[in-house]
Design a protein around this ligand. Structure first.
Ligand code: PLP
Length: 250
């Protein structure tokens, strides 16, 4: 099977899962954005998925992302919507601010200042949509902040001319019971929206748990493996000196 046929079959399957999850939750499929997570995969896969009708793509690392965006834009122009979903490093924020329409992983004042400065310098008119990353367990190694720390970050985003406060992103703790974790995410999101009424994005759910996430109100599922297959073998991952298979969110 050619790569494009394989991607097409995967896409059909993911769309069916999403539409079943939406009807089970009494929601409309149009309420849930399918974000294709293409980290580690080549620009040719982005182009293939784009030709199959997808328009929103998630990347996790620099400079892989900048290079891929440039290649894709050279081929099909700039109408794709690129999302940064990986851990942010302040020193990479400047280059991310050039290509990212949405950043899912903001969890510090330094990120906010760096993205604001980067977007200003890039002189892109549209603001970056900022999602604050919620951590349910406060584990610093996985990124995110606990619910109590959201308001001071949200206020800082709202005070930044080149950023728009769009919502929350969450990854349930590995050891958490999924139903309970997504219920808690939904509860925090509802509270957050009550305080910041313009917010309209809840980024939650990946390949393995998108149905539960949709049931608990996700408006954006970040799907890598179910669309593209198991991530390719990588020999140059920063945390690892050996050849490993990337399975965890980076
Ligand atoms: C890689 C990644 C995903 C995609 O995960 P899959 O299980 O492959 O669908 C989603 N979210 C984040 C933050 C990621 O880093």
């Amino acid at each position: 099977m050619s790569r494009v046929n394989e991607l097409s079959a995967n896409l059909t399957e993911v769309r069916e899962r999403l539409s079943a999850a939406c009807s089970a939750a009494d929601r409309k499929p149009a309420e849930v954005t399918l974000l294709a997570v293409t980290k580690f995969w080549p620009a040719s896969d982005v182009l293939a998925l784009h030709s199959l009708g997808l328009n929103e793509f998630g990347e996790a690392r620099e400079p892989e992302a900048s290079r891929k965006v440039a290649t894709v834009e050279a081929a099909v122009g700039g109408d794709l919507v690129w999302h940064m979903i990986g851990r942010l490093q302040t020193n990479k924020a400047k280059s991310i601010a050039k290509w990212a329409r949405v950043v899912h992983s903001v969890d510090s004042q330094r990120h906010i200042a760096a993205l604001q400065g980067g977007r200003e310098a890039a002189s892109v008119r549209d603001p970056i949509d900022v999602l604050l990353q919620l951590s349910l367990d406060g584990d610093p190694s996985r990124g995110g902040v606990v619910a109590a720390d959201l308001p001071h970050l949200a206020d800082a985003v709202e005070a930044s001319s080149h950023l728009r406060l769009a919502g929350l992103m969450a990854v349930p703790p590995v050891e958490a019971q999924p139903e309970r974790a997504f219920a808690e995410i939904a509860r925090v999101y509802a509270e957050f929206r009550a305080r910041y009424p313009a917010v309209n994005v809840l980024s939650a759910g990946m390949s393995a748990d998108l149905e539960i996430a949709v049931n608990y109100g996700s408006t954006c599922v970040r799907v890598g493996t179910a669309l593209l297959g198991p991530r390719p073998l990588i020999s140059n991952q920063p945390q690892s000196t050996s050849v490993t298979q990337a399975t965890n969110p980076a």
